[in-house]
Design a protein around this ligand. Sequence first.
Ligand SMILES: [Zn+2]
Length: 116
Amino acid sequence: MSQNLPACPRCSSAYTYESGALIACSQCFHEWSPAADEPSAASAPVVRDAVGNVLVDGDAVTIVKDLKVKGAGGPIKVGTKVRGIRIVDGVGDHDLEAKVPGFGPMQLKSSVVRKA
Ligand SMILES: [Zn+2]
């Protein structure tokens, strides 16, 4: 075949073929739309804090409600400052990762922080 079809995005196989409006992979049987080849799907989602500010890597935030921490002696208190957050695709709806003073690195939800 001399068609210029993209490789499979799932298994990277070059053995792809046209299947109607879709491209199909003969190796893992993944089917996708060639129009979905845009970078939009790969870009990170916008993460906002409790009041709607957009958060980015490296921001400092303040905790806006007491957070229970499994295995810790007590909750993370309201007003705790956390520096150098990272936007992550975390467990459940946790979308931030940061080192919380007194607790260490952990994942947080953007809904419980406010940009400092
Ligand atoms: Zn494949």
